[in-house]
Structure formats: C-alpha cells, structure tokens
Design a protein around this ligand. Structure first.
Ligand code: NAD
Length: 259
C-alpha cells in the first residue's frame, strides 16, 4: 500500500485505461477522484471502488473547458484535502485518413487531447507547487512518435503536443519537486481502439476478429495491451521508486516503437 494517504485524480476514468488506472491506484492505497465527462460512468467506477473499501469520489467534468477543470480540482480538494497524483488520461479520436479530416475533427481532438491535458496540468500544479510535491502523468500515445498505425494525423499531432509539453512542464516544475512524465500506449483493448478496429476491418473487407488477429501480428510481442498493462506503468510512475524520473515519454506497446 505504498500510495496510502495519497490522493489521485484521474481524468477519463469512466472506462478503458482510465478506469484500470483508477482501480490500480486505489489498490495501491490512493484515494481517487474519478473524473469523466460521462457522469454515469464516473459514478459507476467510484461506486465499484467504494464497494472494495477504497476512498473514491465521482466528478463529472469536461477537460476541454477550463471552468469545468477548476470545479473538478476544487471538488477534489474539498473532499480529500489535496492532490498528489494527476493522471491526464481523457482523450478522443476517430479513425480517418489525412484527407478526410475536418476542422471540426481537429478542434474536437485538440480541445480534449492537447488543451485539456495542458489546463488540467496547470490547474493541478498550482495546488502542488506550495506543497513542493506532486506527480503528473500524461497519457500520450505512440501515435505521437510516428507510429504508422495512428488513428489519424490530427490525433498524432495532439499526442506530439502532449509529449512536448511533458518535457517543458518537467523542466519548469522540477524546482517544486513535481515530476511530469508521459506514457505512450500502443494498441490497447478499449472502446476507443475497438471503434478504430471496426472502421479498419470495414475498409479492408475483413471481419473484426480477422482484423484484430492481423493487428496483433504486427506487434513484436504478439499481443495488444490490456488497459492494466498501462495502469501498471501509471502506478510505477506514481511510486517512490520513480522519484528521479521526469520529462520522459515511456512506451507500453509490446515493442511497436523503439524510441
Ligand atoms: N486504446 C488505445 O489503443 C490507446 C492507444 C494510445 C493512447 N491511448 C490514449 O489513452 C487514453 C484513454 O483511452 P481509452 O482507450 O481508454 O479511451 P476510452 O474511449 O475507452 O475512454 C476515454 C474516457 O474519456 C472520457 N472523456 C472523453 N472526453 C472527455 C472530456 N472532454 N472530459 C472528460 N472525460 C472525457 C470518455 O467519456 C471515456 O470514459 C486516451 O488519451 C487515448 O488517446 C489509447
């Protein structure tokens, strides 16, 4: 229970990677603010954590809106007193070729994936600086490092933004003993990747099962991530053993990308 007495805030925690990470952080002893734009999803995750004797609070918030972020941070501090760990996980995409992308796609993706990560980081760091302590973990993607299977170019650019701002935030917050790192998941079995898989299968005239098999064959370790594979890296980056790691973007991808 090395995160006992720690408080974690996880965005996009209603399902997928965020849900697995909220659960793993709670199992390591943290109290968790379970944030999602979908209030019912946030509530159901918080209820299931509470059923296992974990301290959890559901918060409905839109990370693309700064006023909503400020309410989310204030609500967490009102309940738990502080935030020790921020997991910036909420993200959106859709599978599309570069020439199909619209202005609405760009704005929707960058509003959540880039703007959302930045303003959650800034708003939470404001509360961490006076305490001279904090861990911030941003979920980027191997799409931000040139992975050819990226769902689309606007998404890849938004994840490149996360990798970049992770480096600058790490440099500018280190004096306050705040570590900022990113995780770059590869293919991870969640609702988001299943939607991409269905579009790819349709485009290539394959069944979803055949497309999934083909996808796994491109991965050196021959398996896609389960959300728990990413959650394990989140817990490590939040742990005492990671105290001297900052500014990094660590891949969890079965060997798809080697940088
Ligand atoms: N699944 C993958 O293969 C994969 C690969 C690389 C990176 N990622 C990244 O991992 C993160 C989580 O992805 P996932 O696959 O678990 O996705 P998911 O779609 O299963 O879950 C994302 C959650 O974020 C919530 N959300 C969306 N917009 C929000 C907003 N504006 N404010 C608050 N919450 C919001 C959704 O309601 C949902 O519950 C994302 O940043 C994604 O880009 C996923």
């Amino acid at each position: 229970m090395f995160l006992k007495d720690q408080v974690a805030l996880v965005t996009g925690a209603g399902q997928g990677i965020g849900r697995a990470a909220a659960t793993a952080l709670a199992q390591a002893g943290a109290s968790v603010a379970v944030v999602d734009i979908d209030a019912a999803l946030a509530e159901s995750v918080a209820t299931s954590l509470a059923a296992h004797q974990h301290r959890a609070l559901a918060i409905a918030a839109d990370v693309g809106d700064v006023a909503s972020i400020e309410r989310m941070v204030a609500g967490t501090i009102a309940e738990f007193g502080r935030i020790d760990i921020l997991l910036n996980n909420a993200g959106v995409t859709r599978r599309a070729d570069i020439m199909e992308l619209t202005e609405a796609d760009w704005d929707r993706i960058h509003r959540v994936n880039a703007k959302g990560v930045f303003f959650c980081l800034q708003s939470v760091a404001r509360t961490m600086i006076p305490r001279r302590s904090g861990r911030i973990i941003n979920i980027a993607s191997i799409a931000g490092k040139g992975y050819a299977g990226a769902s689309n170019a606007a998404y890849a650019a938004s994840k490149g933004a996360v990798i970049s701002l992770t480096k600058t935030a790490a440099q500018q917050l280190a004096w306050a003993n705040i570590n900022v790192n990113a995780i770059c998941p590869g293919v991870t079995r969640t609702a988001l990747s299943e939607a991409n898989l269905r579009v790819s299968a349709q485009q290539q005239g394959l069944s979803v099962a055949a497309m999934e098999k083909r996808r796994a064959e491109t991965i050196p370790l021959r398996r896609a991530n389960d959300p728990e594979d990413v959650a394990a890296m989140v817990v490590f980056l939040a742990s005492p053993g990671a105290r001297n790691i900052t500014g990094q973007s660590l891949n969890v991808d079965g060997g798809l990308i080697l940088d």
